[in-house]
Ligand binder design. Sequence first.
Ligand code: PMP
Length: 427
Amino acid sequence: MATSISTSSQTHLLPQTNNPFLKKPITTFTPTISLRNPPTFKPISIKCAATTQAHPQPQTQPQSSDRVFNFAAGPATLPENVLRKAQSELYNWRGSGMSVMEMSHRGKEFLSIIQKAESDLRTLLDISSEYSVLFLQGGATTQFAAVPLNICNNDDAVDYIVTGSWSDKAFKEAQKYCKPNVIWSGKSEKYTKVPSFDDLKQNPEARFLHICANETIHGVEFKNYPTPNNKSGILVADMSSNFCSKPVDVSKFGLIYAGAQKNVGPSGVTVVIVRNDLIGNAQSMTPVMLDYKIHAENNSLYNTPPCYGIYMCGLVFEDLLEQGGLVEVEKKNKKKAEILYNAIDESNGFFRCPVEKSVRSLMNVPFTLEKSELEGEFIKEAGKENMVQLKGHRSVGGMRASIYNAMPLAGVEKLVAFMKDFQAKHA
Ligand code: PMP
């Protein structure tokens, strides 16, 4: 098959033209290539000083037999076809003669990569021009500080809902930069619930209301979102572990942030989606690397960004679009989660998920064994069947199966069959 890459070189503004922070037009390089039907590349031979080797041919057939089902909470499993595409482009990205890892972040090739990643993400989540999309570093943990530094003053009151370890960490970090208050905590009930929004005592003076949309460790997920009843009407969400797992009405939020390494790419990239009017008022002590204005003005290219990670996120976004977008992705996620929760609930107490049914996460499924002494054996036996990373977080114990977008249905079916067998042997 002939390599089917078409390229065009053109001068136009990035999608962030919508973005009032963008200063200058950029020349882009736009190859078109399909992720689900990647082209094969002409084999080339490489001469090294010591040996002469044929470059391995990209494999086009899905081949899972040499891969495990990886239920890790993050870094987590990535779509097989995305990995294969990256593999086929690793050595020479689309005829550029370079790997993405070797490209200048200011060159036209990488600009086309970051531009497409942003525009595909905008399409996926239907993000309007009122929002900037930033590809940053430092993980979601850095955003625990960056959010208050950028959108409030250090004496501003702020409301936090604490539904698990991650929102608790966010709250604790914010104490350094503003006056946060926990208006609801699920700690006394071991983080198994989301509060009823009617009962929330929001501070009308609060600058923003912060939630963690999906608690990765405890498996608690908001199914809808509270309306911020504060003077600025700003809702902020940490969506690290359910980002792009379902459609989200971005216009309900002032700011969304997410580490990439669960659903959309490798670790090292943090996506921030922030309403433009919230940019530009960072506290004076804000480090330049945490100032959204700096990043928005520079299209996330103020300094060297995590180029390869952004490229991988771009491939994942492309793949999600080719699957039919987030409506379709959510259907698959619901089906996988339903199968797993049903297996737990129908085990007559052999397995147990402590989370209230209405807020169980579609992404992270924690469960315990009635006979807790069997947990080690469960994990060991699962490992022998190529199902790995099922141990619960060290802070809560038990088991946790993370079933992000890229976990195939077959992985969940295999886990459920294994659980039934295990129960039959040990009940
Ligand atoms: N928030 C949530 C919901 C998370 O799951 C994690 C990581 N597991 C974090 C924040 C922290 O992310 P990072 O390690 O990227 O700083």
